[in-house]
Design a protein around this ligand. Structure first.
Ligand code: PLP
Length: 415
């Protein structure tokens, strides 16, 4: 356009790429990246609820299918709304390309199917989202991909687990529910000395607080279900990384079909617009609640990387731009009371927080990991993962902090 402004058909990515404008700030990308306005001139991003697309001629159809002409074909692998979400997320993570998937688990599955083959080995953190653990330990194993699990923070343990067959390191940092971290730069440097790829599940921090690719990781994985949506409405996921790796992952999504719906993509891309503001608010609220809990005599320990008492507080401060919204704490059980009894009493006395294992929502959620998310672990595995019976996890939402503290007072009073 002659005045350099975005009108119909002209994507903002072109303007962002224009040195005269230099629109590269995180918040600007969060609000505008990837938006390709249609001829209707809509201001908000359009939602393309269509499974397929029509061609002007048989020749155009052939060219699209043959790949000689770019354009939409079918929404399993080309949908304009999904593409806006992908381009926006890639911009925020600082990656070349993002591929959206139907859930966070589908993102991990597409990564495994796209990049690994029978005989390859994975080294993964012991502190993983439970279902991710099952994906590697049961399903990937069925197809000849074996996984060794090591303590998240212990770089020497990662190194010791490497064999000539190791192809991938898989990690979540900070971990759920204890908020343990690994030094992403150090882990990536180790991996790259051995030609190993590093995938970081960035669900807890999001690119607003942590950008693993800039620290040396090869791939970022998301459950968009959590903070990218931020309001608990839709399931979705994504992988972000360099074109060469993403082409393989895109091929899996195109062929095997764990694709994101355009409706969900629209919800997520709108969620990205407020991501930094929300993550900062979640972080500030969580720090306030963690600080308050730490001062209560009935609380034995609080696990939150934002607290100075956290053993990796310094790393969290260096590696992240905030500490996130998830904290956990342990109650001192009363005389003759089990930790689990105390935790359940506390949880059942709350009135504002939702008793649910989900997280990344404006609504605060509270859960007892020992009998829910980590309930399938054996007593030994629970002890290794330091999931005590009295542990409670809170994913702090955006309600008034005074009401959340009052809720915790109700919980403590019920012990
Ligand atoms: C929820 C979650 C997943 C799985 O995402 P879904 O969207 O539920 O499939 C993966 N990793 C982490 C850290 C999660 O919290």
């Amino acid at each position: 356009m002659s005045d350099g402004r975005q009108t119909s058909d002209q994507g903002l990515d072109q303007i962002i790429g224009d040195e005269a404008f230099d629109i590269t700030g995180f918040d600007t990308l969060a609000v505008r990246a990837g938006h390709h306005r249609t001829a209707e001139g809509e201001h908000s991003e359009a939602m393309f609820l269509t499974s397929s697309f029509v061609f002007k001629s048989a020749a155009e159809a052939a060219a699209r299918f043959g790949g000689s002409e770019p354009g939409n074909i079918y929404s399993r692998f080309t949908n304009p709304t999904v593409r806006v979400f992908e381009e926006r997320l890639a911009a925020l993570e600082g990656g070349e390309r993002a591929v959206a998937t139907s859930s966070g688990m589908a993102a991990i599955l597409a990564t495994v199917l796209g990049l690994l083959k029978s005989g390859d080995e994975v080294v993964a953190s012991q502190s993983l989202f439970g279902t991710t653990n099952v994906l590697f330990d049961k399903y990937a194993r069925k197809f000849g991909v074996t996984t060794r699990f090591v303590p998240l923070s212990d770089i020497a343990a990662w190194e010791a687990a490497i064999t000539p067959a190791t192809r991938l390191f898989f990690v979540e940092t900070p971990s759920n529910p204890l908020g343990e971290l690994v030094d992403i730069a150090a882990l990536s440097a180790l991996a790259h000395r051995h030609d190993i790829l590093v995938a970081v599940d960035n669900c807890f921090c999001t690119p607003a607080l942590q950008r693993p690719l800039a620290l040396g990781a090869d791939l970022v994985i998301h459950s968009a279900t959590k903070y990218l949506d931020g309001q608990g409405r839709c399931l979705g996921g994504a992988v972000v990384g360099p074109n060469k790796l993403m082409e393989e992952i895109y091929g899996v999504v195109r062929t095997c079909g764990p694709s994101m719906s355009p409706f969900n993509a629209w919800v997520f891309l709108k969620g990205l617009e407020t991501l930094r503001l929300r993550m900062e608010a979640h972080s500030a609220q969580a720090l306030q609640l963690a600080t308050w809990l730490q001062a209560q005599p009935q609380v034995a320990a609080v696990h939150y990387p934002g607290l100075k008492s956290h053993p990796q507080h310094e790393l969290a401060t260096r590696q992240q731009r905030g500490y996130g919204g998830v904290l956990s704490f342990e109650l001192k059980a009363g005389e003759g009371q089990s930790g689990r009894e105390a935790a359940w009493r506390f949880i059942d006395a709350t009135r504002v927080m939702s008793i649910t294992a989900n997280l990344g929502d404006t609504k605060t959620t509270i859960t007892h990991p020992g009998s829910t998310t980590h309930g399938r672990l054996s007593p030994e595995a629970k002890a290794a993962a330091r999931i005590s019976d009295g542990l409670i996890r809170v994913a702090v939402g955006l309600e008034d902090i005074g009401d959340l503290i009052a809720d915790c007072q109700r919980g403590l009073a019920a012990l």
